[in-house]
Design a protein around this ligand. Structure first.
Ligand code: SAM
Length: 345
């Protein structure tokens, strides 16, 4: 836990532009406090709903955090009706059908992307995911399949060979990194995030991939030159305020999934200023018309697809489409896009 406190201290001393915007300010202290009391072994069990804000949401049914008694009753009722795998949904669907369809969708997406098949990889069970299921002898969660689908879209245009350097900002749970490393074990990955998600992400990834696959943030915390700390073929963890170190670092892919949208435009522009020019490709998956915004909560200024496209001057949009999870369209916040840009020659 000392490392989390060290990360928070360094973050608090960083310039204002690296502090969370209004959307994330509402979560950061709550997440840090929850981590201090949490049983990490139960990270994915649904016991800590606040961890769901950055990806650890692996329940079959997602209920609101403060449930009144009547909702608890409804929850019990729904579970009885569906979770026992009865064919009570339209077209006589059962939970196992939904999982199998999602798995089959992944099989096809993998073929389209000419990528390692979903049948050859499986999820880690660390953190006791409540949505764990098995197909053809391998373990999955819907989240694992979702991040595989994101990868398949990107891979059709990135054509990664496996020895590249990829930078992810706002890695959250680390599920995308888990997929990437299980497909390409020699990929060099640099993850940047706010202190509390970063701390939990490295706890998870060191179990999911193995301790020796990670260069943890306690080893990078005081770095002044990336070349001195980054280990090739490993997952290297950094606090978000260390992003300026990337300014002269060659990057093959910059990756941001559902994270820029939860920042303010000037924060996003600042991050991009350190990777534009030195990154070959950019992958974004974001709310198409921006995240929620009201007088007192959410983002102050939503960022839309056209804003990202304008910020990425010097890059050519290769492909953009609506984003899908393994079992459904990403329809929260009015729909998401997924897109790849490449540096103009
Ligand atoms: C919704 S989560 C997305 C996590 C993951 N990429 C995914 O797709 O599940 C948003 C992520 O953005 C990060 N984030 C929010 N504001 C940030 C900021 N100002 N600087 C760096 N990271 C930030 C959060 O810590 C969190 O990991």
């Amino acid at each position: 836990m000392q490392n989390l406190d060290n990360l928070i201290n360094e973050y608090k001393n960083a310039p204002e532009i690296f502090q969370a915007g209004r959307y994330w300010k509402a979560y950061e202290d709550k997440i840090a406090n929850e981590i201090k009391n949490a049983d990490i072994e139960q990270l994915r069990s649904g016991k800590y709903p606040i961890f769901g804000t950055f990806g650890f949401c692996e329940s079959v049914y997602n209920y609101s955090i403060n449930m009144p008694v009547t909702t608890k009753f409804i929850k019990k009722f729904i579970r009885k009706l569906f979770i026992t795998n009865k064919a009570t949904l339209p077209y006589s669907l059962r939970l196992s059908d939904i999982r199998e369809m999602a798995y089959n969708y992944c099989l096809v997406q993998g073929q389209l992307a000419k990528a390692k098949s979903i049948a050859e990889i499986e999820t880690s069970t660390f953190g006791n995911p409540s949505d764990l299921f098995e197909i053809k002898g391998k373990k999955y969660t819907m989240q694992f399949l979702n991040f595989y689908v994101r990868f398949c879209f990107a891979q059709q245009y990135l054509n990664l060979k496996g020895d590249e350097t990829l930078v992810e900002l706002g890695s959250g749970s680390g599920f995308q990194v888990e997929i990437l490393k299980k497909i390409f074990p020699w990929l060099t990955i640099l993850c940047f995030d706010l202190p509390a998600p970063l701390y939990l992400c490295e706890q998870y990834l060191s179990k999911a991939l193995g301790e020796n696959q990670l260069v943890k943030s306690d080893r990078t915390l005081h770095a002044t030159d990336l070349n001195a700390v980054v280990e090739k073929g490993k997952v290297n963890m950094f606090g978000n305020w260390m992003f300026p170190l990337l300014k002269t670092f060659p990057i093959d892919v910059f990756w941001n999934g559902a994270s820029f949208g939860e920042m303010e435009p000037e924060i996003v522009k600042n991050y991009l200023s350190y990777i534009k020019g030195n990154t070959q490709s950019v992958y974004l998956l974001q709310a198409r018309n921006g995240k929620e915004s009201s007088q007192s909560s959410g983002v102050v200024t939503p960022i839309r697809f056209s804003d990202y496209n304008a910020m990425l001057d010097g890059y050519l949009l290769i492909k953009e489409s609506d984003a899908f999870e393994a079992n459904r369209r990403m329809s929260q916040s009015g729909g998401y896009f997924q897109a790849v840009w490449k540096k103009e020659k």
